[in-house]
Ligand binder design. Sequence first.
Ligand code: G6P
Ligand code: MN
Length: 444
Amino acid sequence: MKTNHLNVVIAGGGSTYTPGIVQAMISSRDRFPFSSLTLYDIDEARNDDMFEIIRYMLKKEALSKEVALYQTTDAQEAFTGADFIFSQLRVGGMKMRELDEKIPMKHGLVGQETCGLGGFSYGLRSIKGLLEIVSYVNQYAPDAWLLNYTNPETLVSEAVRRAFPEVKMLNACDMTISIEETIAANYGYDRKNWVPMYYGLNHFGWYTSIYDKSVDRDVLPEILERLEQERLHVADFNAGDDTWQEAWDMMRLMTKNFPGYLPNNYLEYYLYPNRTIEHTNPNYTRANIVMDGREKNTKEMARKVREQEEGEILDFNFGEHGQYIMDMAASILNDNHDRFMLIVPNKGAIPNLRDDAMVEVPAYVGRTGAEPISLRFAINDFHKGLMEAQNAAEKLLVDAYFEHSYQKALQAFTLNQTVYSADPAKQILDDFIKANGDYWPELN
Ligand code: G6P
Ligand code: MN
């Protein structure tokens, strides 16, 4: 494996998350020496905005000579010679995210980008887009490592496992890191000392312990106690973002009613769909907030860079997202065996769950890829029942994708844990078929 002069590709280069990834790459150059960065996106205008922003960042860090920066909409050009590919597609962009969120709400159900039926709509689009990327990697850079952030993670990783079982790919989500960072910032811990135990599906799991090496004990019981007493506030990296404040408040409600475990905040959509519907404006959802916030800011940044405006141009806090993907890449490269939460085929990691479920558990990462841990205990019936039903729904949806089966899609929609009746399931499925058009596979 090449360990120097690495060529890195960001697939979905135009994403507002790209500056955060590049920032982390720049500060990690000693352990991840890259010499070229290619932004690949099918949206040329967005990719070009990002190209200008990243060029500016490299210049500010005096790296313009050491790092060659490219942008392209051509897959062959992008992936040929790549060593690492970071994939963060959003097929259909924010406009389609808006529909994923709004259509289910019209029928009285949860409207969310990765959970519930919005997540299933996004899933069928995303599988198509990500399989395309994986096929390019297979063709043009078969030895490269693909680090995937593309949502909805369980669905896309299940599809890739079926279509390309041999690809060198890690599937990761930053939500557990955000939860840990937020708790650490609120209650005065340092996450770097933590060895957490966690299991679930993506955006659908629970912490059972958090061993803190600095004090040599499990600190989860005291964290749960504090959650009972004190509100958890939005950490700096999500400052001013009320949606996250609601999410943390819901997390506290879950720990109150189902004590003993720290749940992933996304479980609110499955356990309290009524409440999440109540606190979401059906005409102005998260997609609108992101479009009017992060997306506009990024466009504005690109304009400032183009017009060579003076003053502070990069004006947002990037958070942990980029650092997480960077740490993972460095752990592969340097064979560090650092520990991350990854989405992997179960294969006994959760002993009493089917082997072929895609689960999210801790894993050690090195040159040979991910080595997931085994829990060595059976999970309880409450979590198991929820996971099995949701997992079956997700499996059915991936079946629907490959078999072009309307019936399987309807079964998946009906079984989704946010759905109370096959009536809205069918209406929403039919609405989504129209709304997604060619983004979706044909269903017969
Ligand atoms: C977390 C999740 C991601 C999700 C993101 C949405 O980071 O882990 O899977 O995409 O939140 O954030 P946004 O600001 O776009 O709503
Ligand atoms: Mn995620």
